[in-house]
Design a protein around this ligand. Structure first.
Ligand SMILES: [Zn+2]
Length: 310
């Protein structure tokens, strides 16, 4: 066995478990386990513990792997002892990465996850999402984290200045809370397109950063210098929000119906801001070069008295 991923795959096969079966036991998505088996992401300390139990392996055999150690060391400059509800030993765990950059995810991977998750969200199958309805139905979302059930909830509460929204594990057990500031809630009610991105960004944290949500201080001030964007939780949540609001295949369907697309078309169809629509077209062009023909119509429709982003 030459890598952590190969090791996990070998032990899984030895135990006669399918990818889906082990993913289920680890409370991760199949593609997350697949990414682990292909060494596309780091294994977490929790996963090592669970694997030890499920596959009957010695966790040390996994943890001594040279490449993983090297990665951990490379990150250690940024590593902070993340407070954890699990145990004191967690704070010395070599696999603790930066609390705001714990595992890398490619944009393609995030698009994939978002496509899978969209069908579980209380939103229409196609077309535009109504932000207020989505926000006030967040309590319909139930997640399994490490075998424990968590319910999402929404709240409006004063947040730090310039913070529009944030997602946290609530003090109440089994609850994950997406809170928005009173100002943001006001903007949601007024139907400002920007708030759709804000809420979907937080939902991204809910699904992508479940471990971080369990930590006590996700706002860790350790600088992110030198950490590539795809490791960063903020970048990942942004990519997730864009994919949830305007899924790739739906943008393509719209494109093929019209014959070309402008940001204004995307904005009208999906109810996002012009800025988000423009950004989405640039991203999709990178994912599938030449697939989308851009139209010259660049009509900017600002929402009446929409506050500037920030
Ligand atoms: Zn965020």
């Amino acid at each position: 066995v030459r890598s952590i991923g190969e090791g996990v795959r070998a032990w899984r096969k030895e135990a006669g478990l399918s990818l889906g079966a082990l993913a289920c036991k680890l409370s991760v998505f199949e593609d997350e386990l697949s990414a682990l088996e292909h060494d596309e992401r780091l294994i977490t300390a929790d996963e090592i513990r669970l694997l030890e139990v499920i596959l009957g392996i010695d966790g040390r055999r996994l943890t001594v792997h040279a490449e993983l150690t090297a990665t951990a060391q490379r990150l250690r400059g940024q590593i902070n002892s993340r407070p954890s509800e699990n145990s004191a030993e967690d704070t010395t765990d070599p696999f603790l990465a930066h609390p705001r950059a714990r595992s890398k995810r490619s944009r393609r991977h995030i698009e994939q996850i978002a496509t899978g998750i969209r069908s579980f969200l209380p939103i229409p199958k196609h077309g535009r999402i109504r932000t207020l309805e989505l926000f006030e139905r967040l309590d319909e979302i139930v997640l399994m984290i490490r075998g424990q059930e968590y319910r999402a909830d929404y709240a409006v509460r004063p947040l730090a200045p310039a913070v529009e929204a944030r997602t946290r594990a609530s003090r109440k057990p089994g609850l994950l809370e997406i809170a928005v500031s009173p100002k943001t809630y006001d903007n949601i009610e007024r139907g400002y397109p920007r708030t759709l991105f804000t809420v979907c960004h937080e939902i991204g944290h809910l699904f992508l950063h479940r471990d971080e949500l369990m930590a006590l201080e996700p706002d860790d001030p350790t600088p992110l210098d030198g950490i590539p964007p795809y490791w960063r939780t903020e970048w990942q949540a942004d990519a997730f929000a864009a994919a949830i609001i305007s899924p790739f295949d739906e943008v393509l369907r719209l494109h093929d119906a019209i014959g070309s697309l402008s940001p204004t078309d995307v904005q009208r169809e999906f109810g996002c801001s012009y800025h988000a629509a423009e950004h989405r077209l640039i991203t999709l062009d990178r994912l599938a070069p030449g697939r989308i023909r851009r139209s010259n119509l660049q009509l900017h429709i600002p929402f009446a008295s929409e506050p500037p982003p920030g």
